[in-house]
Design a protein around this ligand. Structure first.
Ligand code: AMP
Length: 404
């Protein structure tokens, strides 16, 4: 069975076709600059070979983007499938499921209405995700579709973890609370960690550190998420590529006044110009920040130190939240590839029973990245690297739901 995974942004459509018999990616593509006046672009690779690299004058909307995607996938000569009928289902990544969705759902009118209802919580992503869903429905009307929510895994958090200390009515009226994101990754990685260790998720307290351009940590207690670092939006938590992470909310008004910014402009600053980029002044990419820090650039070093410190604080607090921790697992671009950062993050955690094996850790560096235990043999807490794979997680959910 072949399943198509779609991740629609406001001007892009990222897709992947997966053969579920062996979970291999058959094709992967990206339609970009949808709805923009010019320079639309579509790239598609089938079995690793680029079969399409088109510049389009203008890609009018997501429907045209979807048609381009299908044309490439079913291309008579180089396509991954002979016809659309070979695609059994589509799994859509949806950012915000609010409090309604604690698991993936077959898409029907009710689910679409609920995603619409959640637009105030995910004003940038949910409308884009919906455009992707509706466009796919238009060009593949008889193919079942599934929505997989970034927030769903965190729905098991107890109120004491997800509430903000605002008047309760604000929560009741406007659903302002912590939701958390990267849920598909935290779920995939925590489950896979247990499997890899030959244990059951129900027997483990796991801290998952998803460290990429966007970063979040989660406390997964006996298979259930009990806390996570992102909040109402993905802005809360540790320092990220371009996001500030935690701030005293009073900073917003203060900076708005001083810099003559609207709240919207200030939030844009917090989301797009802060974090590693804003502190270092060099780049949002950890590799650039690392290199600059090694060359003695003080602000790059500061950005790196802030990231490490913030992650360490979450690890400590999640160990406290779960009355201990059995496994700490690193994943995503930085977590999987950057052994130097892992070493600095885990330094001095012996008091908690977590001791890194520096050699095992350093041996696990790009491009030699794979599932591994990197803690010392006598470490009570296991430290692991488990590469994430959100597309496979979405494809598995889709398969399961459409097979029912
Ligand atoms: P992600 O958002 O998961 O794609 O992660 C992006 C981050 O991962 C960037 O900050 C990169 O610096 C980092 N990253 C990606 N690949 C590598 C690599 N091969 N070595 C070190 N860092 C990497």
């Amino acid at each position: 069975m072949k399943i198509l995974i779609v991740n629609a942004g406001s001007s892009s459509l990222k897709y992947q076709l997966i053969d579920m018999d062996n979970e291999q990616t058959l094709a992967k593509g990206l339609v970009e600059r949808i709805g923009m006046a010019e320079n639309g672009h579509h790239e598609c690779k089938v079995n690793g070979e680029k079969i399409v690299d088109w510049a389009e004058d203008k890609i009018v909307d997501h429907v045209q983007g979807c048609k381009m995607m299908l044309a490439a996938l079913t291309d008579a000569e180089k396509g991954a499938v002979k016809s659309m009928d070979e695609i059994s289902a589509v799994g859509h990544r949806v950012l915000h499921g609010g409090s309604k969705f604690s698991e993936s759902m077959i898409i029907n009118d009710e689910v679409i209405a609920a995603i619409e209802e959640n637009i105030p919580l995910g004003p940038l992503h949910n409308p884009a995700n919906l455009m992707g869903i509706k466009a796919c429905q238009e060009v593949m009307p008889s193919t079942p579709m599934v929505a997989v929510f970034d927030t769903a895994f965190h729905q098991t958090m107890p109120p004491k973890a997800y509430m903000y200390g605002l008047p309760y009515e604000i929560y009741e009226k406007h659903h302002v609370r912590r939701y958390g994101f990267h849920g598909t990754s935290h779920r995939f990685v925590s489950k896979r960690t247990a499997e890899f260790l030959g244990k059951k998720p129900e027997d483990l307290r796991i801290i998952t550190a998803h460290l990429g351009n966007g970063s979040s940590l989660a406390a997964v207690e006996y298979g259930k998420c009990v806390d996570t670092s992102m909040g109402l939006t993905p802005l809360e938590g540790v320092l990220m590529g371009t996001r500030s992470g935690n701030l005293d909310p009073a900073v917003v008004e203060f900076v708005c006044d001083k810099e003559n910014l609207t709240v919207g402009q200030m939030l844009n600053l917090c989301n797009k110009k802060s974090g590693l980029l804003g502190i270092s002044g060099i780049s949002n990419d950890m590799r650039d920040v690392d290199n600059a820090a090694k060359e003695g650039h003080p602000r790059a070093q500061l950005a790196r130190d802030m990231l490490v410190y913030g992650i360490r604080k979450y690890i400590g607090s999640y160990a406290a939240a779960m009355n201990g921790v059995d496994v700490i697992v690193f994943t995503a671009g930085i977590g999987e590839n950057n052994y130097g950062l892992r070493e600095d993050i885990m330094a001095g955690f012996e008091y908690m029973g977590a001791k890194l094996d520096k050699e095992k850790n350093a041996a696990l560096a790009w491009p030699n990245v794979h599932e591994a235990v990197i803690s010392a043999d006598d470490s009570k807490v296991l430290i692991c690297v488990i590469p994430t794979n959100e597309e496979i997680a979405i494809a598995r959910d889709t398969l399961e739901l459409v097979s029912k």
